[in-house]
Unconditional design. Structure first.
Length: 425
């Protein structure tokens, strides 16, 4: 149950933060955000404010932003649709109800014949089923439409659609999702540095755990000791400490540590253990980087850790070209669930840290220049800027459809591979 809750929280927060980035910049660009949804599936609750309908839906997995004029935005009125029209005192339509779930006894029942809710704003139809008389009704610019499932959204005239915004504003709107994912990673890593009392200092080697009845415990080593020297030789890092211990089994080794601001030299006698058929010299400790407790180090950690993850992901992506393509280098929802379950077993700090890493991962992957991803949309924006005009809607639709199809195939393949790894390990 912990794993399920952690997965829902982690995945949900990352996606919502991503979508809020698109929402924020769309609002600033004057693009009508028709709906901002938390969750997927049938709606549980909705509220309208400043032209946007905010919904909470039954499946607590992510959410979405529905902007006017984008591929996610559907046509509302098809010929033959039965609708109830509500009008103001001037006889202009203010509400178009196409749902059986939300009735309005004071409205006019109309069978829609034609409609233009983008340019001239009108509806033509047969009132009360009288097909002998076709009537035209003017529609208010900010009229509402009640959709089949009862969701109330605003109609989308051309002037508030996505394509009507300037190119820079559209690019910012497309980039807003990944940008928010990066910001979530930066801020979360920063907070974790304050929670943990400092930022990791890779120049230091700190004792994180001392095993019971080990040579280290016998010698008096404590957790949070900073290892400075082994037999008078400075320790440069985690791997260097391990190297200096090797080959000194059953010998007296002088280990200088810094404890609470005071230096101590302790005598440790390493022993030999067998791991995977190999003999290894150990003293029975788990080491980790030290902590830089300064304020600026904690702040800086948010940026440095985010950058480290970005460069690491780029290296993995580069390995597809240098070392060959492998699905084992990728992970889907199943892999995220596994990671969430493991993190949950170690406590909330591990869950939050994993969320920050996944957020940066999602932000970067969304910037790949693949159609249907934000990076693909940005690539089309750049092409538009170079050409001086956008690609035709038909061509853009075909490109997006192909990209979406390829992504869907990749997602299925990755998920299947995740299941295979899950049941073979």
């Amino acid at each position: 149950m912990k794993g399920v809750i952690a997965f829902i929280l982690v995945f949900g927060i990352i996606v919502l933060v991503h979508e809020f980035g698109h929402y924020f910049f769309a609002k600033r660009a004057g693009i009508l955000v028709r709906e901002f949804s938390i969750g997927m599936g049938p709606k549980l609750f909705w509220h309208r404010s400043h032209g946007t309908t905010y919904t909470i839906r039954i499946l607590p997995l992510g959410g979405y932003v529905r902007m006017a004029g984008t591929a996610d935005d559907e046509d509302e009125l098809e010929p033959g649709t039965m609708a109830t029209l509500e009008m103001n005192d001037q006889g202009v339509v203010t509400t178009i109800n196409t749902s059986d779930k939300a009735t309005n006894v004071s409205g006019i029942p109309v069978q829609v014949a034609k409609s233009d809710l983008e340019k001239e704003l009108w509806i033509e139809g047969y009132e009360n089923g009288d097909e002998s008389s076709l009537k035209r009704y003017s529609v208010d610019h900010d009229a509402l439409i009640v959709e089949k499932d009862g969701t109330v959204v605003q109609i989308a005239p051309l002037d508030v659609q996505f394509q009507s915004a300037s190119l820079p504003k559209r690019m910012l709107t497309n980039f807003g999702g990944p940008l928010n994912n990066f910001l979530l990673g930066i801020i979360t890593f920063m907070i974790m540095a304050f929670v943990n009392g400092g930022a990791p200092n890779t120049d230091q080697t700190m004792i994180a755990q001392v095993q019971a009845d080990s040579p280290a415990m016998v010698a008096g080593l404590h957790t949070k000791d900073i290892v400075e020297k082994v037999d008078g030789k400075a320790v440069a890092g985690l791997s260097d400490f391990s190297k200096q211990i090797q080959g000194k089994a059953d010998q007296d080794v002088q280990v200088q540590v810094l404890r609470n601001g005071r230096r101590r030299t302790l005598t440790v006698k390493p022993h030999t253990v067998t791991q995977e058929g190999k003999k290894v010299t150990q003293i029975g400790v788990v080491v980790s980087p030290g902590l830089d407790t300064s304020f600026m180090a904690k702040v800086k950690y948010g940026f440095t850790e985010t950058w480290y993850i970005i460069t690491h992901i780029l290296q993995i992506l580069g390995s597809f070209f240098t070392g060959g393509f492998s699905l084992n280098k990728l992970g889907g929802p199943v892999a995220i669930y596994q990671a969430s379950s493991q993190a949950a077993s170690f406590g909330w700090i591990s869950v939050v840290t994993m969320m920050a890493s996944l957020s940066v991962n999602l932000g970067l992957m969304n910037l790949l220049p693949i159609p249907a991803l934000d990076g693909g949309k940005l690539l089309l924006n750049i092409i538009e800027g170079v050409r001086g005009k956008p690609i035709s809607e038909e061509k853009e639709g075909v490109i997006t459809l192909i990209g979406f199809g390829l992504l869907l195939l990749l997602m299925v393949a990755v998920t299947w591979n995740d299941f295979q790894r899950l049941f073979t390990h």
